[in-house]
Design a protein around this ligand. Structure first.
Ligand code: PLP
Length: 462
């Protein structure tokens, strides 16, 4: 690496900067999983920024800082974590974990050649997803089904399909112009799809009359979007989907619904008082097409599932963007196994479904064993009853009675304990409750309990 003579006003400080080689060697000496080429690029950028800032620091200080900061880069690697947040579908933690059958299906499809687009009887080219689509259509009690990269892509394709002709208008209630997580905003998705957004009613009240009055010769579709991550109480009204379907039918306009979470028979009742509608129920109520995510309540890999009238599903498959949004073989393998488990009502095979159904008794028993295993540790550890959440924009009102370990550390602050757990091996993500740290057991796999106890013991040591 050739050292250029410094020419800028920061001449005096840049003289103290270590060479890229020297910094990379120093970082490698302390052991790092980051490949050298990545390190070199990163160090170059950091040194350039330091040179620019003109900040005065000795070589040793700069080296020490680089060695510390490279941790951030190394920690950004995709790594398994123990989810002790009590949020089942934590979007930041990758939503639904797959069950053993789905993992095995993914592994087999990943490591070998497959029949992805191969028709076995004829030895000719076959259609990708043909079997999976049968499973999904059966599950949704629909004429047809197909699958794409995620629910956002599914919605775009539905909108493209229904607004592909001369009519572009899509009626949607002002109460459903939602944003989900980072970057999914219904109005923006609609605009990007070339649909013309026609807002109906008000934020809290939209009536069937409002929809009727909004219908024009330009109207291509009535769209209903699941509110997903919030709910409204008080002076609220919206027509039932049966009413909307009837109204659409009368007007000769299709009716579609974005369901988001996609509950099935195995999960819809888990919410208790406010059951989540299943795709089958929504189609039976008169929707022409529905879409939902594969990695929310469905409990599979990231995907967007579209189900409904055969004619619409077939046309959606022919959309030019369908090719851009299609799933890969690993996702298809994981989805096949997950859909098959739903059809067999094998709740135990789908981790999210199993976690939803866990009894408080069972959680209490595990909490007691954990407390025993933590005897003599530097903290007060109590068992507390908490409320777990579904998360991921599903069943926002559902509070699942749950059990957590509530920890008050003796040798460090609560924030420091949380940090040590996050940085430990395995990584543990807990949550703060006033001046304690809580670890909800509903989202921790029972087979992780021992590792969790050991992680806690290490993090609580003086
Ligand atoms: C979560 C959600 C989406 C986005 O789903 P992705 O699979 O993350 O693209 C879209 N619509 C609704 C109603 C949702 O709840």
């Amino acid at each position: 690496m050739s050292e250029r003579a410094p020419v800028s006003a920061s001449e005096s400080s840049s003289r103290h900067l270590p060479s890229v080689d020297r910094a990379v060697r120093a970082i490698e000496e302390q052991g790092t999983p980051v490949p050298r080429a990545v390190l070199v690029r990163w160090v170059r950028r950091e040194l350039a920024a330091l040179r620019q800032s003109g900040e005065a620091a000795t070589q040793e200080e700069v080296l020490a800082r680089l060695c510390a900061e490279v941790q951030r880069l190394a920690l950004a690697r995709l790594t398994p974590v123990i989810n002790a947040t009590g949020i089942l579908l934590h979007t930041n933690l990758g939503r639904a974990p797959l069950g053993p059958a789905a993992v095995e299906a993914v592994r087999a499809a990943a490591a070998q050649y497959t029949t992805l687009e191969y028709d076995v009887p004829s030895g000719e080219r076959g259609r990708r997803g043909a079997y999976l689509e049968e499973l999904l259509a059966t599950l949704c009690e629909a004429e047809g089904a197909t699958v794409v990269n995620n629910c956002a892509a599914a919605l775009v394709l539905m909108l493209k399909h229904f607004t592909g002709g001369s009519r572009k208008g899509v009626l949607i209630s002002r109460g459903e112009l939602i944003q989900i997580g980072g970057g999914f905003r219904v109005p923006e998705i609609m605009e990007a799809s070339g649909a013309k957004l026609c807002e109906v009613g008000t934020t809290n009240r939209t009536t069937a009359e409002d929809y009727l009055r909004a219908i024009t010769a330009e109207t291509a579709l009535i769209l209903k979007v699941h509110r997903s991550n919030f709910w409204m109480e008080g002076f609220v009204e919206s027509p039932s989907r049966e009413q909307l379907a009837a109204l659409a039918l009368d007007a000769g306009i299709p009716f579609a619904e974005d369901l988001g979470s996609g509950a099935t028979a195995l999960t819809s009742a888990a919410a208790g008082a406010v059951p989540e509608p299943t795709p089958a129920q929504v189609l039976a109520a008169g929707a022409d097409v529905v879409c939902f995510s594969g990695d929310k309540l469905f409990g599979g890999p990231q995907a967007g599932i579209i189900a409904g009238a055969a004619q619409h599903v077939a046309a959606i498959r022919r959309e030019p963007l369908f090719r851009a949004f299609r799933c890969d073989k690993l996702v298809m393998a994981g989805l096949e196994a997950t859909a098959s488990a739903h059809l067999r009502k094998a709740a135990g095979e789908i981790p999210v479904v199993r976690m939803l159904g866990l009894g408080v008794q069972e959680l209490h028993a595990r909490a007691s064993s954990l407390c025993e295993a933590l005897g003599g540790v530097g903290a007060s550890v109590r068992i507390v009853e908490t409320a777990a959440q579904v998360g991921g924009g599903a069943l926002p009102q559902a509070r699942l009675p749950s059990v957590a370990l509530q920890v008050m550390p003796q040798h460090c602050s609560v924030d420091e304990l949380a940090r040590r757990l996050r940085l430990g091996n395995p990584r543990v993500v807990a949550y703060r409750a006033t001046d304690t740290l809580r670890l909800d057991l509903r989202t921790v796999f029972p087979e992780q309990d021992r590792a969790l106890a050991e992680a806690l013991r290490r993090a609580l040591a003086p």
